[in-house]
Design a binder for this molecule. Structure first.
Ligand code: NAD
Length: 284
């Protein structure tokens, strides 16, 4: 039976570490890290995420403010706000809650954010630095996954890591981080031939497709480490991942639950990124 990777407790530990460092920054430089969140519309998922981020900021002593807009806000108005926030030293991080309404050009708004304040790590310059292994702000979910692997002392070097999902948010940046940690990486997607055959070879399997039950329990190699990033809400309101948990648990050595696995780590990493951004901007 697999050992459960307890993302909730690791995230709590990381938030305590961030809190200590926030206090140190405040004592030494009188700086309180700040996060600005831009929320457009009233999508229940987005509103909940933003509320959770705000709460995490309160927990660790990061100053945060949410700038809320109705879904008919204009591109120009948001551009003006982003420009103001870029120049406002109170905010070290700027986060645009995705998805934005289709009437807005999300990429152009993201690109308007100062890369030094891009705490989601999604700007081309930060992604480019990740590619060549330079210091940068890295995306929170893959960073959270790497941290879980480290804290549970999962051997990554030389392992075959299989990722299902090639999004810019999760799959692609995670592949780069795993390569940097000397894993051999296979990145799968909707056009991949023989997904079961590839998953069966994985020492580390990361499922990030957003398809409930896509990864069958019997695809998991005996002793593999299973990281389930998927968040799927079933009709009865229950959250499930992309992996058939009960069956996979019998074969894996470690497995993340949904909820309580990768999810809490994403927010903890956002706190850490905001702290790191504040430290870098203070030293500048
Ligand atoms: P996305 O829709 O942008 O990308 C999904 C990827 O999965 C695509 O690359 C697609 O090719 C691949 N895919 C989809 N169906 C597939 C199939 N049948 N076979 C093989 N590949 C398939 O999604 P995303 O933003 O990367 O998110 C993926 C999942 O992770 C979602 O459930 C999302 O809610 C969740 N998520 C969780 C966190 C967290 O903090 N836990 C953070 C981000 C995303």
């Amino acid at each position: 039976m697999a050992q459960i990777i307890d993302g909730k407790s690791v995230a709590l530990q990381i938030k305590l570490e961030v809190k200590e460092q926030v206090e140190r920054l405040k004592a030494k430089y009188s700086v309180i890290p700040g996060l600005a969140v831009i929320l457009v519309g009233d999508d229940i998922g987005s509103v909940t995420y933003v509320r959770n981020k705000q709460k995490a900021c309160d927990d660790v002593g990061i100053h945060s403010r949410t700038f809320s807009f109705s879904s008919d806000v204009g591109q120009k108005e948001l551009e003006i706000l982003i420009n103001e926030l870029n120049h406002n030293a109170q905010y070290n991080g700027i986060l645009i809650q995705m998805p934005l309404p289709r009437s807005l050009d999300s990429r152009s708004l993201l690109n308007a954010v100062d890369p030094e304040k891009d705490v989601d790590g999604l700007l081309p310059s930060n992604v480019g630095r990740l590619v060549i292994g330079e210091e940068a702000l890295y995306p929170c979910t893959p960073l959270g996954i790497m941290t879980l692997l480290q804290r549970y002392e999962v051997p990554v070097s030389g392992a075959h890591a299989v990722i299902v999902g090639r999004s810019n948010l999760v799959g692609k940046p995670l592949a780069l981080m795993l390569i940097a940690a000397n894993a051999t990486v296979t990145l799968c997607h909707t056009k991949t031939r023989d997904l079961p055959g590839i998953v069966r070879q994985a020492d580390i399997l990361v499922a990030a497709a957003g398809r409930p039950g896509l990864v069958r329990g019997d695809w998991i190699k005996q002793g593999a480490v299973v990281i389930d990033v998927g968040i799927n809400r079933s009709p009865n309101g229950k959250l499930t991942g992309d992996v058939e948990f009960e069956q996979a648990e019998k074969r894996a050595s470690f497995i993340t639950p949904v909820p309580g696995g990768v999810g809490p780590m994403t927010i903890a990493m956002l706190m850490r990124n905001t702290l790191v951004a504040a430290e870098r901007q203070t030293r500048r």
